[in-house]
Ligand binder design. Structure first.
Ligand code: GUN
Length: 293
């Protein structure tokens, strides 16, 4: 069994990005800039945004944080997005999700200029991704693809089972894995809450991507010996032994599943760091106009 070290891979990629930034600056170009909008004070969102800003520093990017309290109106938020759309200093930006219930996430996503949509959530980017055109790819699935590539994991002809059908992970990772090329060419099955015989389906899989947000869902009896497991789960569970009072739990019963696998991602330190690194990659692409002019 080999552990897939997402932390190490993400450090390597951030170093590569920082070198590219140096050569952009040396050639007289400008420093890439990422902006983030954060609404309210959700603990998870605060941590994610702080980590994104730290990653910007590591890559040599400028970052800009725009905060709103959770009673911000939809109109105020949409106005702030429009301002970023037309701000030439900002190459790309994100609106951290989830948003308070009185704000339509879909409306927010569709107001973002798709050329600055480094999260890859705008329907234009999603649509272009699904037909294999250049676009900003959603960060978590793109991070998973980078891990499969860096660990040389065979995907062509592989049976992949994706657990979960979210717009952020399940659907896009299934789409990416079925595209022609590497890492792709896989035969993909997507399972969700209405799927029958989920155990039997998982047992056939060469690769399982677990993204349903249910701690410990994937148990040893669902895994074929030699399979590769990518665990996208990051549920906060109470843990009195931790300073924060919680720990992150993946969707896989790691202790019992890991010995069966050829490769497996830990939680934390697997997919998580890669998500942020993909966002940095997309920001570099936005700044260098490598996807859209
Ligand atoms: N919330 C959970 N994941 C993400 C992400 O990748 N981007 C944004 N903006 N919000 C999220």
């Amino acid at each position: 069994m080999e552990l897939i070290d997402g932390k190490k891979v993400s450090q390597e990629i951030k170093k590569e990005i920082a070198l590219e930034v140096q050569s952009i600056l040396a050639a007289g170009g400008k420093r890439p800039t990422l902006a983030a909008i954060l609404v309210g004070h959700d603990g998870g969102s605060e941590t994610y945004v702080a980590n994104k800003i730290k990653a910007c520093e590591e890559c040599g990017f400028n970052s800009k944080l725009i905060r709103f309290e959770s009673d911000v109106t939809e109109e105020q938020l949409l106005d702030a997005i429009k301002e970023l759309n037309s701000d030439d200093d900002v190459d790309g930006f994100i609106v951290q999700l989830p948003l308070p219930k009185h704000i339509s996430e879909q409306k927010v996503i569709e107001v973002i200029d798709y050329k600055k949509d480094v999260d890859g959530f705008h329907p234009i980017n999603v649509g272009r991704m699904s037909i294999g055109l250049p676009c900003f790819k959603s960060a978590t699935p793109a991070g998973i693809m980078m891990l499969l590539e860096r660990y040389n994991i065979q995907t062509s002809g592989a049976r992949v089972v994706v657990l979960g059908r979210s717009n952020i992970v399940g659907k896009p990772v299934a789409t990416m894995l079925m595209q022609k090329g590497y890492p792709g060419n896989a035969t993909v099955t997507v399972c969700h809450s209405a799927t029958k015989d989920i155990k039997e389906i998982c047992k056939e899989a060469d690769i399982i991507i677990a993204a349903l947000g249910q701690p410990g869902f994937v148990t040893a009896d669902m895994v074929k010996p030699g399979a590769t497991i990518i665990d996208v789960g990051t549920t906060r569970v109470p843990d009195a032994t931790k300073k924060s009072g919680f720990r992150l739990s993946g969707d896989v019963d790691f202790q019992n599943v890991a010995p069966l696998c050829s490769f497996i991602t830990p939680v934390p330190g697997g997919v998580g760091p890669m998500t942020i690194t993909s966002l940095m990659k997309n920001t570099l692409l936005a700044a260098s106009k490598a996807v859209y002019k």
